[in-house]
Design a binder for this molecule. Structure first.
Ligand code: NAD
Ligand code: TYD
Length: 348
């Protein structure tokens, strides 16, 4: 099996690459990543010398490069995670999300179709997507695989568009595919522009914790290793032409989550209880902010036996400990262009 994993230097992708390289020594794993601000080879340095692993630096938006790569390597499977992934950045620069998430996915689809078209047997194009394509829930209800798409941010619209193209390639050209739509992940190696790692970093540095709006927005949080395990299962056992929702059965209002994080950080830093909470600052809301996401993951549970294994408090403590044990990583990713992003987003 020659398996291409895209975006393997990013947050989720690095955990997926590690899992596949270690668990499947007979597979040749190719990690294709452009190393944007979100990609970092440090995330997977522990597996880089394994004989079944190869890193390829390249951009999925470059059609000629992708086409040549597929013709040369003749991959048997693709797990596609490379994407622009941050909602706030998509509000400032929507076109770059169209370029990477839509055009980039199209390039991969075209190349996979072209090399597989004479024999689709045993081939699979696995597209990793998000629950954000479904839009926003009110106080009640859950996203199922039948929930209509209603994306509200440029990020989710670009992911929805790529999901549709994957499905269309299945319908039109018989491309064997599977899609998963997962809820918010958290855990080690998460880039500190997203809520949990940003707030861990700010608490360490005694900086304000910018809570958008009134903080009464709800997300369903899943530990990233549980997501990687689900991806492994779906890749090997998921039915073709299906979508599976993946979630944590773990809904938190942002403000409650932030208060729990503050408590755990006070304990870790030996600070007086209540110290970190004083950093909470309510700031201007995100435009088009989705009120609530919550996943019904019963299909993947019934068909493949998957369920989350890490309880939230335990996962948060593991995550906090990782950031404390990897201060160099945190320092390296929060210098340079990160500073510019941060001041544009929060200090203007
Ligand atoms: P990330 O931003 O941490 O990593 C994205 C990776 O893709 C980076 O390594 C980056 O260098 C690479 N990349 C970006 N543009 C590229 C390009 N043009 N060519 C090649 N590589 C490129 O993202 P993540 O949080 O790990 O998310 C991975 C995937 O999972 C995305 O498709 C995202 O939509 C999806 N997802 C994320 C979450 C979440 O909570 N983070 C939840 C559900 C689904
Ligand atoms: P985020 O981690 O950006 O994930 P997503 O937008 O994909 O769900 O944000 C999670 C929630 O936290 C979301 O409701 C927005 C909110 N949020 C803040 O309140 N402040 C922040 O600085 C950030 C980055 C997010």
């Amino acid at each position: 099996m020659k398996l291409l994993i895209t975006g393997g230097a990013g947050f989720i992708g690095s955990h997926v690459v590690r899992r596949f390289v270690i668990n499947y020594p007979n597979y040749q794993i190719y990690n294709l990543d452009a190393l944007t601000y979100a990609g970092n080879l440090e995330n997977i340095k522990d597996v880089e010398s394994r004989p079944n692993y190869k890193f390829i630096k390249g951009d999925i938006t470059d059609f000629n490069f992708i086409d040549t790569l597929f013709s040369r390597e003749q991959f048997d499977g693709v797990i596609h995670l490379a994407a622009e992934s941050h909602v706030d950045r998509s509000i400032k620069d929507p076109l770059s999300f169209v370029k990477t998430n839509v055009i980039g996915t199209m390039n991969l689809l075209n190349s996979a179709k072209d090399i597989w078209k004479n024999n689709f047997n045993g081939k699979k194009f696995y597209h990793i997507s998000t629950d954000e394509v479904y839009g926003s829930l009110g106080d009640k209800g859950l996203f199922t695989e039948e929930t209509p798409y209603e994306p509200n941010s440029p990020y989710s619209a670009s992911k929805a568009s790529s999901d549709h193209f994957v499905r269309a390639y299945g319908e039109t050209y018989d491309l064997p595919y599977v899609i998963t739509n997962c809820s918010n992940n958290y855990g080690p190696n998460h880039f500190p522009e997203k809520l949990i790692p940003l707030f861990i970093n700010n608490i360490i540095n005694n900086k304000a914790l910018p809570v958008y709006g009134d903080g009464n927005y709800t997300r369903d949080w899943l530990f990233v290793l549980d997501h990687a395990r689900a991806i492994d299962l779906v890749f090997h056992k998921g039915r073709n032409s299906q979508t599976y929702n993946i979630g944590g059965f773990n809904e938190w209002k942002n403000i409650d989550l932030v208060k729990l994080l503050c408590k755990l950080m006070d304990e870790k830093l030996d600070r007086k209880p209540g110290t970190s909470e004083k950093l909470i600052t309510y700031v201007r809301d995100r435009p088009g902010h989705d009120l609530r996401y919550a996943i019904d993951a019963s299909k993947i549970n019934k068909e493949l036996g998957w369920e989350p294994s890490v309880n939230f408090e335990e996962g948060l403590i593991k995550t906090i400990n990782w950031y404390f044990d990897n201060k160099d990583w945190l320092r390296n990713v929060t210098t340079g262009s990160y500073q510019e992003y941060y001041s544009n987003q929060y200090e203007s």
